[in-house]
Design a protein around this ligand. Structure first.
Ligand SMILES: [Zn+2]
Ligand SMILES: [Zn+2]
Length: 279
């Protein structure tokens, strides 16, 4: 492995969470089993093999490495990647890529997909991504990855296999789609970004920003700048049904040790062990 960027890894059931996130430094996450990543603030060399990325917003610590990533895939003769971006950003990113092509004399082939709250993106037969708005200083998106299964409609559940077969042969649909929220990603956002998307609280795994953790910070200011404070999570404790809550994007004003101390003091049980600090 080429050591170039910090990457921390955590396995939860059938999902592996990889990445790194510090406010104003860089943010990048990847879930290899889902074949997707979130944010391109930097790009560890091995992340290049993932061909589908979701960019939450265009602050530089979340998007700066987009041209580098696209160029590496071309250089390594991989398929052009697909990158979902807030819709208003696509035109500007296209211009940036054209300018880099002139400077670097290398093509930057990729599919940039304008994305907005309410969109549904089909990843595969098994997975679909829904898009929500987050509350930040610039347009910003949250994402939920759902597993989907076909399930027998409730009205047919008492019938025998033969009866179900006959109904199916008559051309009636006997199943409906069941969606299970597996993983949610909240990039930069005030807590409203969670409240406006209930699936964030339900997903098996939630990756969320938690920029501020020290007591005594003025919350109105934090919310105005589109970020979350530890107190916001505590106020919503009963709503978090997630099996795992990964908190990252801590402000650079804290050392790792301070972050642990502040959080462990305010939340001694770490949400019954479900809250994981990405340090
Ligand atoms: Zn950020
Ligand atoms: Zn931001």
């Amino acid at each position: 492995m080429l050591h170039n960027m910090p990457v921390k890894t955590l396995v939860h059931k059938d999902l592996t969470i990889e990445g790194y996130s510090r406010a104003a430094v860089q943010t990048y996450w990847r879930i290899p089993e889902l074949k997707i990543g979130f944010d391109l603030g930097a790009q560890p060399w091995e992340f290049m093999s993932t061909a589908t990325w979701f960019v939450s917003h265009t602050h530089l610590d979340h998007v700066a490495c987009l041209p580098v990533y696209v160029a590496r895939r071309r250089m390594m003769k991989m398929e052009p990647p697909t990158i979902y971006l807030p819709e208003g950003a696509v035109e500007h990113v296209e211009r940036i890529l054209k300018l880099f092509t002139r400077l670097d004399r290398g093509r930057l082939p990729c599919h940039l997909v304008p994305t907005k709250p309410g969109d549904e993106i089909e990843l595969s037969r098994e997975h679909v991504v829904t898009v929500s708005a987050t509350t930040h200083t610039i347009p910003s998106l949250g994402f939920v990855v759902w597993a989907r299964r076909r399930k027998l409609k409730p009205e047919y559940q008492q019938l025998s296999n033969d009866e179900i077969r006959d109904i199916r042969l008559s051309g009636q649909e006997v199943t409906h789609e069941l969606r299970i929220p597996r993983l949610a990603y909240l990039g930069d956002s005030a807590p409203q970004g969670l409240d406006d998307c209930p699936a964030m609280y339900e997903a098996d795994v939630l990756i969320t920003e938690l920029t501020f953790v020290a007591p005594g910070h003025r919350k109105e200011r934090i919310h105005k700048f589109g970020h979350i404070h530890l107190d916001d999570l505590l106020e919503r404790r009963a709503r978090f049904k997630n099996e795992l809550i990964v908190a990252g994007h801590f402000s650079t004003r804290y050392h790792n040790k301070q972050i642990r101390q502040y959080v462990e003091k305010a939340v001694p049980d770490m949400f019954d062990g479900r809250l994981h600090l990405w340090l």
